[in-house]
Every structure is written in structure tokens, then in C-alpha cells.
Design a protein around this ligand. Structure first.
Ligand SMILES: [Ca+2]
Length: 328
């Protein structure tokens, strides 16, 4: 008896760490473990148009350009916040899109993400896992247009938030949540079993040039290898500039942690919590909160990862990326 494939919609805003998460996901597709239903892109690290193009080109690079890519809803609640182009490159891809193949996907004619989410979740109720590694604008838009639709997902896995650690967009708030805090609030009210992977764990996931070199030597001349090496070099340099890694050489592969939850859950531990999103604070907009006093957990809506085994997580990621690169 074979294990059924995990049906996934990836909601993403590539983004250097999104690129590594997507490539890891595509390895799992290649291994027959995942059925990638769609990729929905969103305004976030860079403008929605660039995240659409970036995701489309990455799919083409790895030979999976038959997967539908949807474009992001524009106009989240925090759209006056500066994007993260300075960290991820103006194109979100480390200014390396010239290394990626041309794709035929057309931003102007592509469907919007909320339409695709609603259609797919209605077609396969209870079957699709949503991996959300970007501001939650698209998911909230789908929920507003079709109330209750997010409950039709099998589960929703979110990279976002900062609980017992500082933020990265502001001193208190993490980027994915704070970029569109109203959207995050809607999503966090949509069901009681969200999987949340915050900065508390992703700050420990330091991906280095040495790790990249170890991965790509299985097929050093492939286009995917060349892209991984260049993107890693770009991200590591910028991470040092922004002091994201405590002075260590490397960059944080935040978004990749979502794949670890699904396929290597032994690398994470969780606590049950009622997570709330600050949407009115003068200095704390977009902060994620739970009651850390260990009272009864009435109304809990999430499982929040609080610890991670970074060595084994990055090892699993590395081995899967090697499989993606082999024979390409
Ligand atoms: Ca992202």
C-alpha cells in the first residue's frame, strides 16, 4: 500500500527563503510525496507582480511549470509598510532572475489567488494543506469572499509571528503577520487548529554557503545548482548586513520550516495556545500574543512551535535538495 500524496497549495512571496522552501517542496513533488495543487503568490517581500514572476520562474527552473500560479490580492491592511526588497533583492530573487528561465505565465491574465483558493478548497474539501509563507492577504481575501472556506482546508501551516523573541519588521512584530495584520487576524479566527511556526524557531535555522556547496556538488553544473549557490551567497551577505544571524555567516531559511513540520515533524515541538494578533497597538501593530502563564487554554486556536532541532532539520532539507538536483 502506498502513502497518499499530500495535496498542497503554497501561498508565497518569493523572497530568498521562499525560493529555498519552494525548491524543497518541489523535491518532495519529485519524490512522489506531494501533489502540488497550485502556487498562490502575494504582495510581501516584493510587489505581487515580482512574486508571481519569481515563483513562476522557479517552477520552470525545476521542471514543474505545469503547476498553476495565481497572482496576489493587492491592498492589504498594511500596504504602506516598506517591502523587503532591500533584503531579498529588487526582484525578490537576489537580483538573480536573469539566471532563471523565461516562463510563459502571464501576470495580467493569471487568476487571482482568492479565486483559486476558493475553487480548489471547494473541489477537494478536507484534503488540501495550505502552506502560508507570506503575508496572509490572500487567505483572508478568500475567507471574506467565501466565509468558512478556510475550514475546508485539511490544515493550514503558517510561517509567522514572534512570541518570546523580538520581531523582524518592527521591534515587536514579525514581517508576515505585521505586513497585513488585519488579514492575519481574520485567518487566526478562521479555525482552531492552525500550525504556527514563528521566529522563535526560525531564528535557529541558519543556512550557510557551506551547506549550499555540500548540496550542489551532487550535480555542480545544473542550472538549479548555480542558482542555489548564487542566491545563498546573496542572502548570506545581506543577512550579515542586517545582523540577522548574530554575526554568523549564513541566512535564515524561515519559510522552509513549514516543510519540516509536514515531513520531518520530529524536528519540532509545539505548545497549544490561543494566538491573538495585535491590530490596534501604537507600537506593537502585528504582534502575535499568547498567554504564557499556562492557564487553561480556553478557545485555543493554534499549535505554536517553540523549539526546533536545527541540525537535523537542515540535514533533511539538504538531502531532499540533493534529490531535486540529481539528474537535472
Ligand atoms: Ca515568504
Amino acid at each position: 500500500m502506498t502513502t497518499p500524496k499530500v495535496k498542497i497549495i503554497l501561498d508565497t512571496d518569493p523572497g530568498g527563503d521562499d525560493a529555498f522552501a519552494l525548491l524543497w517542496l518541489l523535491s518532495l513533488v519529485k519524490q512522489g510525496l506531494v501533489n502540488l495543487i497550485a502556487v498562490t503568490t502575494v504582495d510581501g517581500n516584493v510587489h505581487a507582480k515580482y512574486t508571481f514572476v519569481g515563483a513562476s520562474k522557479l517552477l520552470k527552473l525545476a521542471g514543474f511549470d505545469d503547476v498553476e500560479v495565481a497572482k496576489g490580492i493587492i491592498g492589504g491592511s498594511a500596504s504602506d509598510i516598506e517591502d523587503a526588497g532591500s533584503l531579498h533583492g529588487a526582484d525578490g530573487m537576489g537580483n538573480l532572475t536573469h539566471m532563471l528561465p523565461e516562463c510563459t505565465n502571464n501576470y495580467e491574465t493569471a487568476r487571482f489567488a482568492d479565486e483559486v483558493l476558493i475553487e480548489k478548497l471547494n473541489a477537494l474539501p478536507g484534503e488540501i494543506t495550505i502552506i502560508a509563507i507570506a503575508p496572509l492577504t490572500n487567505l483572508a481575501a478568500a475567507e471574506i469572499k467565501s466565509p468558512g472556506i478556510l475550514k475546508k482546508a485539511k490544515q493550514i501551516i503558517i510561517m509567522g509571528g514572534a512570541f518570546l523573541t523580538h520581531g523582524n519588521l518592527t521591534p515587536e512584530a514579525e514581517f508576515n503577520i505585521a505586513y497585513d495584520a488585519i488579514a492575519a487576524k481574520i485567518v487566526f479566527q478562521s479555525r482552531d487548529d492552525l500550525i504556527v511556526l514563528p521566529l522563535d524557531v526560525t531564528r535557529k535555522l541558519i543556512f550557510t554557503n557551506l551547506i549550499a556547496q555540500n548540496i550542489i556538488k551532487v550535480n555542480i553544473n545544473s542550472a538549479i545548482s548555480r542558482f542555489i549557490r548564487s542566491l545563498c551567497e546573496f542572502m548570506c551577505q545581506n543577512a550579515l548586513s542586517y545582523r540577522e544571524t548574530n554575526g554568523l555567516e549564513g541566512f535564515l531559511v524561515h519559510d522552509a520550516v513549514t516543510l519540516a513540520y509536514l515531513f520531518y515533524p520530529e524536528t519540532l515541538s509545539f505548545r497549544r495556545a490561543l494566538v491573538k494578533i495585535e491590530t490596534a497597538g501604537e507600537w506593537t501593530m502585528g504582534k502575535t500574543l499568547f498567554d504564557n502563564r499556562h492557564k487553561t487554554k480556553v478557545g485555543a486556536n493554534a499549535w505554536v512551535a517553540m523549539d526546533v532541532d536545527p541540525v537535523n532539520l537542515l540535514a533533511a532539507m539538504s538531502e531532499d535538495l540533493k534529490i531535486l538536483i540529481q539528474n537535472t
